[in-house]
Design a protein around this ligand. Structure first.
Ligand code: FE2
Length: 264
């Protein structure tokens, strides 16, 4: 069960909690844990190191979302094959975590055809698809992308929403109203003091969580020495500063995603 995709009734998930964990656990829906496929983990060992680190900090499920660029597409069969190897390794060392497939797609106009053909992997085989943009992409392009994907029957999740100037300037209300979902990075939540105060992205992420505009969390972990997973401090920040039940809400959203149900 653990180490494979699974349904999420409370008892089952409870059985999957690492014995050393206390407190809240979360799902990480954005990571680059698959080795030698993009700019993420360089080896199988590094993949395992990243997974172990995330689990020790409170991850009960991780979505592997290798980059998908139209001019440099990832191979869905390679993703699935390597994910199975990682599941097997996790299971062998009794690492209690569920791993799910996906892609992080740099949005492009014809991505819908590649979603339909299966070249691009949705999140856990659902209709939810993780998309990103260039940091300076216009707000109108982001709105159009959300509209287009919704009309095609997909549920776009905007990866690390804090990075996009258009969203920082215009806010998230309209994107959400149009049927878009928001994933923010956990790393900004770990900052404190002056560095947190001075960081625009940190302010944006915290404000969005306080307003209830965030649906999913993601570490966007890449490598041990470059963007390692930052989760424990983020969970602590949410427990202390976010509206009550926020962690449960994030968990409930992932549950709906895995069941391919609409989050309302
Ligand atoms: Fe990413």
């Amino acid at each position: 069960m653990c180490g494979a995709q699974h349904s999420l009734d409370a008892g089952e998930a409870g059985n999957c909690l690492p014995v050393f964990m206390r407190g809240n656990v979360v799902f990480d829906i954005h990571s680059h844990i698959i080795y030698q496929i993009d700019d993420g983990a360089k080896s199988q060992e590094e993949s395992l190191h990243l997974i172990r680190s995330a689990v020790s900090q409170g991850a009960e499920g991780i979505f592997a979302t290798p980059h998908y660029y139209p001019e440099a597409p990832s191979d869905p069969e390679e993703i699935r094959k390597k994910l199975d190897i990682l599941r097997e390794r996790c299971s062998r060392e009794e690492l209690r975590v569920a791993l799910y497939e996906g892609n992080e797609v740099l949005y492009f106009e014809s991505m819908i055809e590649r979603l339909r053909s299966g070249e691009i992997l949705t999140l856990a085989g659902s209709h939810y698809t993780l998309i990103e943009f260039y940091p300076m992409e216009s707000y109108q392009v982001i709105l159009r992308a959300v509209r287009k994907l919704r009309l095609a029957g997909y549920r776009p999740v905007i990866a690390h929403a804090e990075r996009f100037k258009g969203l920082r300037e215009h806010g998230l209300s309209e994107v959400i109203r149009m049927g878009g979902y928001i994933q923010v990075s956990t790393e900004p939540l770990s900052k404190s003091g002056f560095s947190a105060m001075m960081d625009e992205e940190t302010g944006f992420v915290r404000d969005a969580i306080r307003k209830g505009q965030v649906h999913f969390l993601g570490t966007d972990m890449h490598r041990e020495d470059r963007r390692p997973p930052v989760l424990a401090k983020a969970i602590r920040w949410i427990e202390t500063h976010a509206p009550e039940q926020s962690v449960d809400l994030f968990r409930g959203n992932v549950e709906k995603l895995i069941q391919d149900k609409e989050i309302v």
